[in-house]
Design a protein around this ligand. Structure first.
Ligand code: HEC
Length: 96
């Protein structure tokens, strides 16, 4: 599964595609949710929809994903951070 994911990421990158929410969701669910659940309870998603929240535009979202990714041991590449950014934007933030 891990290898398949890596392959998909490689394909998406070489095709020059921007972040793909479908690739971001599994990455996010594996690496990001448990810590946010500790903060916010339930499924942790309230951290993205609370008011006031930290992130108020696309640039801040991309930066925050980078900062939080460094707090995990995920060792993500920039393109993986792009996919997760795209997923969070599609699912929660909905910035244009
Ligand atoms: C070690 C715990 C931890 C992990 C792991 C973690 N986060 Fe976070 N995250 C936090 C905390 C704590 C905050 C709130 C920071 C604050 O309020 O100052 C936060 C806030 C955020 C926010 C901003 C929410 C807002 O207010 O708009 C985003 C986006 C986010 N995290 C994304 C991620 C992503 C993507 C990952 C996986 C790579 C991740 N986080 C992994 C602890 C974590």
């Amino acid at each position: 599964m891990r290898h398949l994911l890596t392959l998909l990421l490689l394909l998406a990158t070489t095709a020059g595609a921007a972040g793909d929410p479908k690739l971001g969701k599994p990455l996010h669910d594996q690496q990001c949710v448990s810590c946010h659940v500790k903060q916010m309870g339930v499924d942790g998603s309230k951290i993205y929809t609370r008011s006031p929240r930290l992130v108020n535009d696309k640039k801040a979202l991309r930066e925050r994903v980078g900062i939080c990714a460094k707090n995990t041991a995920a060792g993500w590449h920039p393109e993986e951070e792009e996919h997760v950014t795209a997923y969070l934007n599609q699912q929660y933030y909905k910035f244009k």
